[in-house]
Design a protein around this ligand. Structure first.
Ligand code: SAM
Length: 121
């Protein structure tokens, strides 16, 4: 397993797409801090590559009572670390780094995609 919060040494061909499903809500820190993972993953992707993923948010989304209870439990156990994660910051951090950013929500799940700049498109 590689740690997305550290530089990843990889000499293979660059990826045209990269998925980070349900990863960010497990990473420590606030959304701006965990978005550093995108800086460390970007060198692995080719220009124009699509990064996509999903994450569970607490701010700026609708959370059912069950979601609130479950998230509180998982955060208390250190399984989740998303108490400060919100939709606005996720969108802003993606837009800082990528083009064609799309973020949709389904309940408290954010589904996002974005394109690595530099494709010339
Ligand atoms: C909720 S699971 C999601 C797994 C899978 N992506 C999926 O959608 O079924 C979160 C995953 O993030 C991984 N993970 C947590 N912290 C990580 C880190 N710093 N670097 C890389 N992977 C990490 C865990 O090992 C776990 O597999």
């Amino acid at each position: 397993m590689r740690n997305v919060l550290e530089t990843i040494d990889f000499n293979g061909a660059k990826f045209d797409s990269l998925g980070v499903n349900y990863l960010l809500h497990c990473l420590p820190g606030d959304m701006a801090t965990k978005a550093r993972a995108f800086d460390l993953l970007s060198p692995l992707m080719s220009p124009g590559a699509v990064v996509f993923g999903s994450t569970l948010l607490q701010g700026g989304v609708a959370r059912s009572f069950a979601a609130q209870r479950l998230m509180a439990f998982y955060n208390s156990k250190g399984i989740f670390s998303n108490t400060q994660d919100d939709l606005e910051t996720l969108t802003r951090e993606l837009e800082k780094r990528f083009s064609a950013v799309s973020v949709e929500t389904v309940g408290c799940a954010a589904l996002f995609s974005a394109t690595v700049k530099g494709s010339g498109a």
